[in-house]
Design a protein. Structure first.
Length: 291
């Protein structure tokens, strides 16, 4: 362990002016990433956040630094104490490095109150196809790739908020009854259950009460309302918040308002959409969309 971090002065300057994150030199970025990895080693893959104050939840960012800037301003103005990010920080956008680095700066300042979950794009194999690996090369940061890969490996998979709200990037895995079973499996992307937690999607169809193959790829599924209800009941959860799918209105409710899907990258991939986030107060979820 190096024990090195960015200085408090550096962190304060970047938080006051997020654009300064673009000026970080490779050696400072490596310190930022490696110190975050050190702080996360040993973190369980399912973390818990409990607070009487509002808790902010953010979906896919995909390298959209402008959206992250707006989200951070909104987070500060809402009086929230904690923020849970649901993954997919990188790929598809052209500022994935800046998005990820700014999030790590925020976490250095706020500590465990900032929860960074793993999404399906926090995966080196996916990064080779969808842009992050290329962005690192273009910006002269290829040497940082191993540090980012180590970071992805230690990110938790799910977060339980106030004992009642499950936050995860994708959805519930087939064959898993209790959320604790994921913890026993471990974080490896070789595990079908972990892959499904990052990739599965909800579907509202009377023809799909439980699970159905998903065109995203082999071993990935849609989960229907019966499967969702069974899982939530077995774990004592009342609501779920997930990301993973573009939403034209920024968010969408499923299953009679018990599952909220949010998407936080504004005007994603040439399509028009607002920034979608959620605020948790106790066990109450309030979606918000803004530009």
């Amino acid at each position: 362990m190096t024990g090195k971090k960015l200085s408090n002065v550096e962190v304060s300057r970047i938080l006051a002016n997020p654009d300064l994150v673009t000026e970080l030199e490779p050696d400072r970025i490596k310190i930022l990433v490696d110190s975050t990895v050190e702080s996360l080693v040993g973190t369980p893959i399912i973390v818990n956040v409990n607070s009487s104050q509002p808790i902010f939840v953010v979906g896919d960012l995909h390298g959209n630094f402008d959206s992250l800037h707006k989200i951070f301003n909104t987070f500060q103005s809402q009086g929230a104490e904690s923020c849970v990010f649901l993954g997919d920080y990188v790929d598809r956008g052209d500022m994935s490095v800046e998005v990820l680095n700014f999030l790590l700066v925020v976490r250095q300042r706020y500590g465990p109150n900032i929860v960074l979950l793993r999404g399906n794009h926090e995966d080196p194999e996916v990064n080779k196809v969808y842009g992050f690996a290329t962005e690192l090369e273009v910006k002269g940061f290829t040497g940082l790739q191993p540090s980012y890969e180590r970071l992805f490996q230690v990110l938790p998979i799910a977060c339980v908020v106030n004992s009642t709200v499950l936050c995860v990037h994708g959805g519930i895995p087939r064959g898993i009854t209790k959320i604790g079973e994921l913890a026993m499996i471990g974080p490896s992307l070789q595990s079908p259950a972990i892959i499904q937690a990052l990739w599965n999607d909800p579907i509202e169809s009377p023809e799909v009460p439980t699970f159905m193959d998903n065109p995203r790829g082999p071993g990935i599924f849609y989960f229907g309302e019966q499967a969702f209800r069974n899982f939530m009941r077995a774990n004592g959860f009342s609501k779920m918040i997930r990301a993973h799918e573009w939403q034209p209105e920024g968010f969408r409710w499923f299953f009679e308002g018990d599952l909220l899907s949010i998407f936080s990258a504004e005007n994603y991939n040439g399509r028009m959409n607002p920034i979608g986030v959620a605020i948790i107060r106790g066990s109450i979820i309030e979606p918000q969309a803004f530009e």
